[in-house]
Structure formats: structure tokens, C-alpha cells
Design a protein around this ligand. Structure first.
Ligand code: PMP
Length: 405
């Protein structure tokens, strides 16, 4: 039948979207900044060197010559791309070596590597859960975890951030005959606080829930780099651990670690593994070498935490807030969303790169993060620059966090 009325054109929404272009016109657009060169602790932008306090390169290994040599060697030996999924033509001995060594490091029987941390979470959750199941997710858990649950069609329940009693109440309300998975981050990417794993594992055990911990920010940082579950000595109580190679391991890729059975199942159910090309040989070799360096040089993990503690102390003395963080991620409270961008722009001009975070991602803040390879001079400069912003001191007073270090 001929329909006289035209359907709405999907593309008309492009012209109506002005939020980003308004910021660009005002010179206050903080995203997609092109960097020309990356030394780790510093980056180059528009011909200037900036101290990088907005990266997840916690151990500074992206600049390590051994990681570079491994990536170059793999590029020459295996070529530039695997050109396919691991399931078909894209699996190499390098991918399998990385799985074996990572599983051993994390204290799990097996692991499977995927092309990003995002895909690892998508694969683990959409591979495991069905619409009959319940996923009970910390309110501040990473977006990729929520996306994985949505893709699976499982029923999504959120519980208050890091609140084991809130989790208990949520689990108690689920039907007795429903399978349930609790999902948390090991270290929260925006707050820098550590999951209350002792309380959460106890609740999971009591309510028959399986537990997945996304340890993207714990790997390389806590417990000699082995992460949050090792930090609490609770690796055996956690069913699945997901990690990324794009932070401490200086590469690109991700993994799910667990029992042999779980990993075997996911290798045949995780569509983000089966229908997407595998990690490139160069990124696989880079992650493997970074993992070996981390194992051989665990002082890197205490170095990064000591550097972050140095900044935290400095910021508190300068009257700047540091949230609840006890890790290399330090969220700095700001007065409001509009003010955030003006402060960010002044910090860039003063030579300090931080990430402004705006709703809906989280409440407004500057997300700052630190590396084992920052020098104390660089960190003192960062404290000086942040401490010279009156609005940050004011925001800290409002947040009541000047005494939290
Ligand atoms: N989980 C968490 C907690 C993260 O912070 C991130 C990345 N920001 C990811 C997963 C996704 O990892 P990747 O960048 O490797 O896709």
C-alpha cells in the first residue's frame, strides 16, 4: 500500500546535534585530541610537551624498548595482521602463549584472549548469560559490562556502588530458581577505589551467585600486578576475571580468565571472539613481553602506587580533593560541568593533560592518573598547577574530601 506520509529521516538528527560543535566553537572541546608522539609520562601536542596525567599506561611500558622490540619482531615474523578470527585463521602460537602465561599469573587454570577489553566483557557476558538469567551489576561498573549484559538479554539489576548490603538486598529479591551473576570492577575506573571483595564474595556465596570481576585497572597495579583478587587473597572465590592489555600491559587486547570448562565454553559461545579478527601479532607480542617484564620487575607496581601517593599527599596539602581513591586513578572534584572545561583548558595551557569527565559518564570531575615513569619533578609540577586553581580548592571543600589522603 502507498503510504502518503513520509517516514522520519534518521539522518535529520545529525544536524540537530550541536553539543560538541558548540564546545568546539568556544575552544572548549576536550575530546579526540590528536597527539603527535608519546613518550609515556609526557606527550606532544601542537608542538608543546604536556605532562600526561590522563593515560592508563600505569607502568609506562608503552615506551619500553623491550616491548617495542617484541612488537617489531612479531610484525616481521607473522606479518601486520592475523586477517581473521582466532576461531578460523587468526590464531597463533603467540596468542596461546599469552593465554597460558596470563592464566598462570592471575592464578586461574585458563584464559582466552580477545581483541580488546571491551570485547572480552561483551564476549564473557553475552556468551554466558541468557534472557532467563539475572545480572546484578555495581552502579559504577564499566560501560562494557552493562553493554555485555544488554546484548545477552539477561535481566539487569544495579546495586549501590561497592555496597555489599545493597547487593544482598538485591539478590534476596530475585526468584529462587533464577541463575545469577554478580558483576563488579576490581578498581573503579572513575573513582579509583577498590572493590570490597571480601564482603561481596561472602554475599555471593550466601546467595548462590557467580561472580565476575573486571580487573582492567587492578592488573599491573595491585598485589605485585596480579590484581584485585590476589590483593585480597580471594582469587579462588571469583569465578571469572576479565582484564585488558591496553593499560598496564602497554598494548591492545583483553582476556577472560577462569576454569578450563568456562574458558572452553566461552571459546565456542563468545561472538565477539568468534566473529572478529584476533589481536595483531605485534600487539600480542607487546602484551606478552609487558607481562614478562611485570613479573620480573614487580617494583614497577609499587613505584606507580608510590607516585600516586606522592601526588595525593601534595593535592591534599594544596587543598585539592582526591575523592575516595587509593590507587593511581585520582578523581579531582570540580565545581560544575561548565567550569570543568574552563579549568581543563587552563591546565592544558599550563602543560598538564587530564581528562575532564562530564555527565552522563559520571558526576563532573577531572580524572587524573599516574605512572611508574613520572618523575617527582613532573608530579610536583602537576600538584602546583592543580593547586593554583581556586575553583578546585573550593570544590574540594564542598566535597569534604580534603582530609581523605
Ligand atoms: N573495563 C574497564 C573497567 C575499563 O576501564 C575499560 C577501558 N577504559 C575496559 C574494560 C575496556 O578495555 P579496552 O580499552 O581494552 O577495550
Amino acid at each position: 500500500m502507498f503510504n502518503a506520509s513520509e517516514p522520519p529521516d534518521l539522518f535529520s538528527r545529525f544536524a540537530g546535534y550541536t553539543a560538541a560543535s558548540d564546545l568546539m566553537k568556544a575552544g572548549l572541546y576536550p575530546y579526540f585530541l590528536p597527539l603527535a608522539g608519546q613518550e609515556g609520562a609526557t606527550v606532544r601536542r601542537s608542538g608543546r610537551e604536556l605532562i600526561m596525567c590522563g593515560s592508563n599506561n600505569y607502568l609506562g611500558l608503552t615506551a619500553d624498548p623491550r616491548v617495542h622490540a617484541a612488537a617489531r619482531g612479531a610484525l616481521e615474523r607473522y606479518g601486520s595482521s592475523s586477517t581473521g578470527s582466532r576461531f578460523l585463521n587468526g590464531n597463533t602460537d603467540l596468542h596461546e602463549e599469552l593465554e597460558t602465561e596470563l592464566a598462570d599469573f592471575l592464578g586461574k587454570p585458563a584464559a582466552v584472549v580477545l581483541s580488546t577489553g571491551y570485547q572480552a566483557n561483551l564476549g564473557a557476558l553475552a556468551g554466558l548469560l541468557t534472557p532467563r538469567d539475572y545480572a546484578v551489576v555495581d552502579r559504577d561498573a564499566h560501560a562494557s559490562l552493562v553493554d555485555g549484559v544488554r546484548l545477552s538479554g539477561a535481566k539487569l539489576r544495579r546495586f549501590p556502588h561497592n555496597d555489599a548490603e545493597g547487593l544482598r538486598r538485591t539478590l534476596e529479591q530475585l526468584p529462587d530458581d533464577a541463575a545469577r551473576l554478580v558483576i563488579v570492577d576490581g578498581v573503579y575506573s572513575m573513582e579509583g577505589d577498590i572493590c570490597d571483595l571480601p564482603a561481596i564474595t561472602a554475599v555471593c556465596a550466601r546467595y548462590g551467585a557467580r561472580l565476575l570481576v573486571d580487573d582492567a585497572h587492578g592488573l599491573g597495579v595491585l598485589a605485585g600486578g596480579r590484581g584485585t583478587t590476589a590483593h585480597f587473597g580471594l582469587t579462588d572465590q571469583v569465578d571469572l576475571i576479565t582484564v585488558t592489555f591496553s593499560k598496564s600491559l602497554a598494548s591492545l587486547g583483553g582476556a577472560v580468565a577462569g576454569s578450563e570448562e568456562a574458558v572452553h565454553y566461552l571459546k565456542h559461545k563468545a561472538r565477539s571472539l568468534m566473529f572478529s579478527a584476533s589481536m595483531t601479532p605485534a600487539s600480542t607480542a607487546a602484551a606478552l613481553t609487558a607481562l614478562r617484564i611485570l613479573r620480573a620487575e614487580p617494583h614497577l607496581t609499587t613505584d606507580v602506587r608510590a607516585k600516586a601517593d606522592h601526588v595525593r599527599r601534595g593535592l591534599v596539602e594544596a587543598g585539592v580533593g582526591t575523592g575516595e581513591s587509593t590507587t593511581p586513578i585520582i578523581p579531582v572534584p570540580v565545581p560544575d560541568a561548565q567550569g570543568t572545561l574552563a579549568i581543563w583548558e587552563r591546565l592544558i595551557r599550563a602543560g598538564v593533560y587530564v581528562n575532564p569527565v562530564l555527565p552522563p559518564a559520571a558526576t563532573p570531575r577531572l580524572r587524573t592518573s599516574y605512572m611508574a615513569t613520572h618523575t617527582l619533578d613532573q608530579l610536583d609540577r602537576v600538584v602546583e598547577v592543580l593547586g593554583s586553581e581556586p575553583e578546585l580548592r573550593l570544590a574540594a571543600e564542598h566535597a569534604g574530601s580534603t582530609v581523605s589522603a
